[in-house]
Design a protein around this ligand. Structure first.
Ligand SMILES: Cc1cc2nc3c(=O)[nH]c(=O)nc-3n(C[C@H](O)[C@H](O)[C@H](O)COP(=O)(O)O)c2cc1C
Ligand code: SF4
Length: 429
């Protein structure tokens, strides 16, 4: 089966074998070059050399924050405490659906990355914390883990190298906040997924109070390619500050929604209009959210930039998770933002007053504006509440909830005013 909407302008490094059923099993994966990088790492590289090449490649974490992966690994203490690697497969950022496809089509691509990363940080156990709703993918992943144990790629004395690594697939229980790395660690330990105050960071005290590295699925899936082919090879794509390729999950008002993998210097406008086909016939694009609902909304005329971390930032938003949501002119921006804020209000863990109360108040105010009962003072009120939610809480969920409110008022205030003053909506029906 061909993967829907593959496009020759993509750079399909991680997604090359999406849609190929026989790439899922270990034999098919080995035929496609799988586990060669693991043999190279364990056979001829020290853990520090593996970390070094990942550092040089400039690979940045694909979970949202873009933190350099090799640098994160180098923060792990080298004493003799047990160390853990946690793969964040919770994937619950609205608009994001790439990690599940990596695991669905190429589970061994992820496992090989986990084993190599585990070797680099000298972990004794790797936990893949996967969103519990991904029932079919959990089955695929567990099958792949079983195969990797059978072939000696997991367990004791992997490939005769003396390195031991156990791997467990752990199912989450359906909370967005369990994707935040310290909420995830609490959940993994059997507690509520409440984020922890940092510092200490997971590299000092993570899972079970031991040094832990948490990386996203896409980050770890990139590792075997880098180890096999080198840092310079990886840097042929993207920019100096954002090397490599990135999967974009594109949804919303698009003619060809789906996952597209592009070099990180690809143009965002071309991604929307050429790869995804732009908005449906006869509709104009209104706005784009490029990195999941937690990043600022961009107006349609702001997206002529490259998709690198710095390119999108210069254009006023953030790359985030690469969950691209397109909205055409039929969108009521007040309604869209109200729905996002209701999501955050529902998912707030409630530990911080500013987040718990702030998200609830934002939702209430947006609800009344949408139904035509808003007041002009509600706009400064929304901005005031948002200002009190950002940078004051244990984790950034609170900031994330304020982001769409502030950016939509900055860019689409006329839509709020139409609801408030005239009781009308500017969306084109
Ligand atoms: C509210 C919230 C939800 C998050 N959800 C996810 C998620 O579903 N998957 C993910 O990989 N990272 C998520 N993150 C980011 C993680 O905290 C963490 O930065 C990431 O897993 C680190 O991996 P990376 O360095 O490879 O990007 C979330 C962060 C926040 C604040
Ligand atoms: S910011 Fe919100 S989600 Fe994060 S810890 Fe505080 S209350 Fe919980």
């Amino acid at each position: 089966m061909a993967y829907p909407y593959a496009d020759p302008r993509e750079t399909r490094l991680l997604s090359k074998h999406f849609g190929e059923k026989d790439a899922i099993g270990i034999d098919g994966w080995i035929e496609r070059g799988g586990y060669r990088a693991l043999k190279k790492a364990l056979g001829s590289m020290s853990p520090d050399e593996v970390t070094g090449v990942v550092k040089e490649s400039g690979l940045r974490g694909r979970g949202g924050a873009g933190f350099p992966a090799g640098l994160k690994w180098s923060f792990m203490p080298k004493d003799d405490r047990p160390r853990y690697l946690v793969c964040n497969a919770d994937e619950s950022e609205p608009g994001t659906f790439k990690d599940r496809e990596i695991m669905r089509w190429t589970p061994h691509q992820l496992l090989e990355g986990c084993i190599i990363a585990g070797y680099a940080i000298q972990a004794e156990h790797c936990y893949v914390y996967i969103r519990g709703e991904f029932v079919d993918i959990v089955r695929i992943l567990n099958g792949a883990v079983g195969e990797a144990y059978e072939r000696g790629y997991l367990g004791r004395d992997i490939l005769g190298s003396g390195f031991d690594l156990e791997l467990t697939v752990h199912l989450g229980a359906g909370a967005y906040i369990a994707g935040e790395e310290t909420g995830l660690l609490n959940s993994l330990e059997g507690r509520r997924a409440e984020p922890r105050i940092k510092p200490p960071f997971p590299a000092q005290r993570g899972a079970f109070n031991m040094p832990t590295t948490v990386n996203n699925v896409e980050t770890l899936a990139s590792v075997a390619h880098i180890v096999m082919n080198g840092a310079d090879w990886y840097r042929q794509w993207g920019t100096e500050k954002s090397p490599g390729t990135k999967l974009f999950s594109c949804c919303g008002h698009l003619q060809r929604p789906g996952n597209y993998e592009v070099s990180l210097d690809f143009n965002l406008r071309d991604l929307v209009y050429e790869l995804c086909g732009g908005p449906p016939e006869g509709r104009a694009l209104l706005a784009v959210i490029p990195g999941g609902s937690s990043v600022p909304i961009m107006k349609a005329d702001e997206i002529d930039c490259d998709v690198s971390y710095e390119g999108i930032e210069a254009a006023g938003s953030m790359l985030g998770s690469g969950g691209l949501i397109a909205m055409d002119e039929s969108t009521c921006m007040v309604r869209a933002v109200r729905k996002m804020v209701e999501f955050y209000a529902h998912e707030s863990c409630g530990q911080c007053t500013n987040c718990r109360e702030g998200t609830a108040w934002l939702a209430k105010i947006l609800q009344r504006i949408e139904r035509g009962a808003g007041r002009e003072e509600d706009i400064p009120l929304l901005l005031d509440i948002s200002a009190n939610m950002a940078g004051r809480t244990i984790c950034p969920l609170s900031d994330s909830a304020a982001v769409p409110v502030v950016s939509s008022i900055q860019k689409f205030e006329h839509e709020y005013l139409a609801h408030i003053r005239d009781g009308t909506c500017t969306a084109v029906r």
